[in-house]
Design a protein around this ligand. Sequence first.
Ligand code: AMP
Length: 278
Amino acid sequence: MQIARTIAEMKTFRMKSLGSVGFVPTMGYLHDGHLALVKQARAENSVVVASIFVNPTQFGPTEDFKTYPRDTERDLAMLRKERTDIVFMPTAEEMYPEGFNSWVEVEKVTDRLEGSYRPGHFKGVATVVVKLFNIVEPTRAYLGQKDAQQALVIKKMVADLNMNLEIIVAPTVRESDGLAMSSRNVYLKPQERQAATVLFKALTLARNLRGKGESNTETIRQEMTSLISKEPLAKIEYVSIADAETMEELTEIDKPVLASLAVRIGKTRLIDNVLVSG
Ligand code: AMP
């Protein structure tokens, strides 16, 4: 496994790569959700590149950039085990040198949900992802359904800007009690970890209500909200039933939709989603 710490090194490794390149961008502190993406990239490509970069521009001023969990040695051991060929791990100064002044903004699909609760977040995401794609030049990039709106934003950007790669979105990997794996789960104290199961319980409730024939989204949102409100450590930011392609909120379910939510458990902000059939 080769490690590139500079953009120049990464480009040199890329130039020497033969065949298809599968790319998994991450912010590190890896878990089985990340590794599922690496495994899929390994199965479908000649060369596998992963990046570890906690991107400062996608964090708001009051968010957890400074405290975001980091453990490079552990991450590298995990990536080596999955037969990753190249790890790109630049510094913030390497990615955003003095005078950096170009940004990518995807409109509309970024207006709601994560976009409205985290102003500027998707501008930071889109910009760093374009930079990473330009540096790594992947054939395919692997993203998680866990961050469904992010995956949509990146797909839209790649289509709108005619970028030359395929975006593959892989299912969310969960703990045995349903909690979606996330680097931020490490913040949860034992009692909070237990409370955090309420996210997947609420999403499962949405699926079950739809399964019983409920198509009114207001009813489903209310039931989900009421379930989460019973958990004293949980504070809802949003509960959404939206068009899975546009993220527009729906009143009736007449096609497959995305049920998603953001909930604070203590100080930790968690997001999750499931697709609900039409
Ligand atoms: P992050 O390191 O949180 O920026 O995530 C890097 C990539 O891994 C993103 O495409 C995420 O959507 C994906 N990812 C994070 N958690 C999971 C999970 N539990 N299951 C599947 N993919 C995930």
